[in-house]
Design a protein around this ligand. Structure first.
Ligand code: CP3
Length: 344
């Protein structure tokens, strides 16, 4: 059975425009909070294939999205490379041993050996595939090497990125060495996710906007393209979505062998269509806070449909859904995307 989401990623005509939401499995769902409480904490949930499978499927059943996204986190990669990851309640992720120098990097496990340690992710994928309806797609994901490196170097989320930017400008060779090592692990990690059964790959470069436009290719995009090239050479039937958040100035320079460009909410969709719409399918891009108002949601969905006309488009938010969004409003968004794009 063909999956409408996979068809849309390849730019094929579909009966309606499919939709999913970044961070769709999460705290806005009471059912998620219940399973997380059962797991004890967030990392335990990531490590438990049965429970991770359950929360992956929740938004498909409850909200009606066209694709599930694997429940995990981008930071399990550096965790399995040997860094000490902790999720501090209310504060977000923290590595207690950030990379300061080459010796710190050399201590980390690389390549296939690190990717082989993420067995709980592959087990989760296999379980999801047994239970996910045949017409729905499963999205696997990774963080971009740059976004992962920001946490590995800073040790936590940052507003200024001063530690990794100091490295970028005063010791770029070390930053490239970190990015290259992470890229190698990610290639094997995504390959193993594909072998376990995912239908689509998304690469999240959530902190792309931290890099000045003239340096973005050198420190992030080219590594993402290297991962895409590697996967495409082996698995051309698996679509790849690139999501670099907040880089409108880079749109003229986007290149590479991938299928879908994820447009974040700060980039006007019409602008993205003009720059990239012929070469790539576009995903996005409602400002996630519009979900607080059903009226504003409808207006935005209609405007996006007006621009994209149901062609070479996947509906999504322009970044992740926030924890205090009413579930009814999330459902309204999905229903509206289907309503406005349905071909009779
Ligand atoms: O539904 C989905 O999208 C799948 C699950 C998913 C999570 N994290 C679960 C999660 C995905 C795709 C991610 C990716 C991720 N993780 C990114 C890139 C995507 C993005 O939003 O830009 C980043 C930067 C991270 C790192 C991370 N993980 C942060 C900064 C935080 C804390 C911030 C927050 O929202 O609390 C997390 C924790 C996290 N990852 C939660 C979830 C559901 C919340 C944990 C909880 O249950 O308390």
């Amino acid at each position: 059975m063909s999956k409408i989401f996979v068809d849309a990623c390849f730019g094929k005509e579909t009966p309606y425009t499919p939709v999913w939401m970044m961070r769709q499995a999460g705290r806005y769902l009471p059912e998620y909070m219940k399973v997380r409480a059962e797991a004890g904490n967030f990392l335990n949930l990531c490590h438990n294939p049965k429970l991770a499978c359950e929360v992956t499927l929740q938004p498909v059943d409850i909200v009606g999205v066209d694709a599930a996204i694997l429940f995990s986190d981008i930071l399990v990669i550096p965790d399995e490379m040997g860094m000490d990851l902790e999720f501090v309640a209310g504060e977000g992720p923290k590595f207690n041993d950030p990379i300061k120098d080459e010796a710190d990097l050399d201590r980390l496990i690389g390549g296939e050996e690190a990717a082989s340690k993420l067995t709980y992710v592959y087990d989760t994928i296999k379980l999801i595939k047994e239970q996910l309806a045949e017409d729905k797609a499963l999205i696997g994901f990774t963080g971009a090497p740059w976004t992962l490196a920001t946490y590995m170097i800073e040790g936590e989320g940052t507003k200024t990125y001063n530690i990794c930017k100091k490295m970028m400008y005063s010791n770029p060779a070390l930053l490239h060495k970190i990015l290259a090592k992470v890229t190698e692990v990610v290639k094997f990690y995504m390959e193993k996710q594909i072998e376990a059964g995912i239908d689509v790959v998304q690469i999240f470069d959530s902190w792309a906007a931290a890099i000045e436009p003239s340096k973005y290719d050198e420190f992030s995009w080219k590594y993402m393209v290297e991962i895409a090239d590697y996967l495409k050479s082996k698995y051309p039937h698996i679509p790849i979505i690139m999501f670099p958040k907040g880089v409108p100035a880079f749109l003229d320079k986007v290149y590479g062998n991938f299928d879908v460009f994820g447009v974040d909410w700060s980039t006007p969709m019409a602008f993205a269509k003009e720059k990239l719409g012929e070469k790539y399918v576009l995903q996005g891009n409602m400002e996630p806070c519009r979900l607080y108002s059903q009226e504003e949601t409808t207006k935005c969905v209609e405007a996006l449909q007006g621009i994209m006309q149901g062609k070479r488009h996947i509906f999504n938010l322009g970044h992740g859904i926030l924890p205090d969004v009413p579930v009814e409003n999330a459902k309204h968004f999905i229903n509206e995307c289907h309503r406005v794009s349905k071909k009779s």
